[in-house]
Design a protein around this ligand. Structure first.
Ligand SMILES: Cc1cc2nc3c(=O)[nH]c(=O)nc-3n(C[C@H](O)[C@H](O)[C@H](O)COP(=O)(O)OP(=O)(O)OC[C@H]3O[C@@H](n4cnc5c(N)ncnc54)[C@H](O)[C@@H]3O)c2cc1C
Length: 388
């Protein structure tokens, strides 16, 4: 098989890149190691910045998001058992869209199927080669048969554990990583959200987040130990712990119900530099991870592929400047989002090694934050997404 761009991974970054390239008339093939149902079964992000909304509109799949998604004008920060609203729209003129990653992925998959562009699911032993020369290629095994795709470029959209970053000679990569000493236990349930906006909670028992996927589906999280196991948490135990971390009046309004999904996610900050190696580009979680506290992971993946698709369009029109500066442009935005996600994680969580001084510092910063329009504006402009 021959194509212009071989895309590894059918998560949000691979599917969105495929849609943007297809719209520009650039031939592409997506190779994914899992089944479509498996990809759709992963419960992850839920908050989209305007820039991600615009990209989904650009590829013509925004209709369901605008009909079913929930535009949010603010969120609450909660500490000392009191909620303080951060007025995103009042402070920045912008809002965010609550629309689950699962739904974004479903819309992108439907559009891809309708376009007739090829996606190879359940590809085994995926390998990339030749990207440091002029003739890159992708090999994989499907139904026991070996296949090879020859291409002009490879887009590594294959997530943190993918094959693309791992195929780059290690002496050409700089890796920056911070692993946090706790995780998030998440529960998804078909119950109405406790509040129409998100609530981020700093509590002596640990962080909690009340979020949502729709008016009838809620996603809640509590900070847990890194070595905790989901089997140790019954639904009842989860709801009881969440209630303990909420102000009494909010806890009294919480509707509980059976979980649809429960999982523990570790928290990590990670950046691999650069993001281009000859004819191989990394995008999304393949190149960087943020802790989910700032709701930035999916949004960064979207902006990476926005830059990459434009760079490739320019290349096929005879201009190489875009692909030459792809890595540098992405990394500037990525590092700013890394800083925000790290800061918000540090502000809202209980760190096992922290003492009373650190707790006082968190309290003082939260107190300053909700009483200073300047500090609230800095938080709000990062949360809604910095300009491209
Ligand atoms: C629990 C959790 C909660 C999150 N919450 C938020 C949030 O609230 N807001 C936010 O913005 N972000 C959040 N994120 C992050 C967000 O989900 C990711 O940033 C986003 O999924 C990145 O998309 P991606 O396409 O780059 O990577 P992925 O979604 O990881 O997709 C990569 C794809 O590549 C495939 N693949 C891997 N290896 C290979 C291979 N060798 N060959 C072929 N295919 C391969 C994988 O199967 C996968 O389908 C969260 C993440 C987690 C885990």
């Amino acid at each position: 098989m021959r194509t212009q761009v071989a895309i590894i991974g059918a998560g949000p970054s691979g599917l969105l890149l495929g849609a943007l390239l297809s719209k520009a008339g650039i031939d592409n093939v997506i190779v994914e190691q899992r089944s479509a149902d498996y990809v759709l079964g992963r419960i992850r992000a839920g908050v989209l910045e305007q820039v991600a909304v615009d990209l989904l509109d650009e590829v013509g799949i925004g209709a369901r998001m605008h009909a079913e998604g929930l535009p949010h004008d603010g969120f609450d920060l909660c500490f000392d058992d009191r909620r303080h609203r951060i007025d995103l729209h009042g402070l920045t003129g912008k809002r965010v869209m609550v629309y689950g990653q699962t739904e974004v992925t479903r819309d992108l998959m439907d559009a891809r199927r309708a376009s007739g562009r090829p996606t190879v699911y359940e590809a085994a032993d995926v390998g990339v080669h030749g990207f440091e020369g002029k003739a890159p290629g992708v090999r994989y095994v499907k139904d026991g048969a070996r296949h090879e795709i020859q291409c002009d470029f490879i887009a590594g959209c294959d997530g943190f554990h993918g094959v693309c970053r791992a195929s780059v000679p290690q002496d050409k990569l700089a890796l920056h990583e911070k692993v946090y000493p706790f995780g998030w236990l998440g529960l998804l349930a078909d119950v109405p959200p406790v509040s129409h906006e998100l609530i981020y909670v700093n509590h002596p028992r640990g962080f909690a987040l009340c979020s949502q996927r729709s008016r009838t589906r809620s996603r809640y999280y509590v900070q847990c130990a890194l070595d905790d196991q989901v089997e140790h948490w019954s639904d009842d135990a989860f709801w009881a712990e969440l209630k303990r971390r909420l102000p009494a009046d909010t806890a009294a309004q919480l509707t509980t119900g059976p979980s649809i999904e429960k999982s523990i996610a570790p928290l990590r900050s990670f950046v691999a530099e650069p993001m281009r190696f000859g004819r191989l580009f990394l995008a999304g979680d393949a190149a960087h991870i943020v802790p989910p506290t700032g709701a930035k992971g999916l949004n960064l993946a979207a902006t990476d592929v926005g830059y990459l698709s434009q760079s490739l369009v320019d290349y096929y029109q005879g201009h190489e400047q875009g692909i030459a500066t792809y890595s540098e442009r992405c990394l500037r935005r990525i590092w700013r989002a890394e800083r925000f996600s790290w800061w918000m994680t540090s502000l809202m969580h209980r760190f096992p090694d922290n003492g009373s001084f650190d707790h006082k510092m968190q309290s003082a910063e939260l107190d300053y934050l909700v009483n200073s329009p300047a500090a609230m504006t800095a938080l709000a402009e990062n949360y809604v997404g910095l300009p491209l």
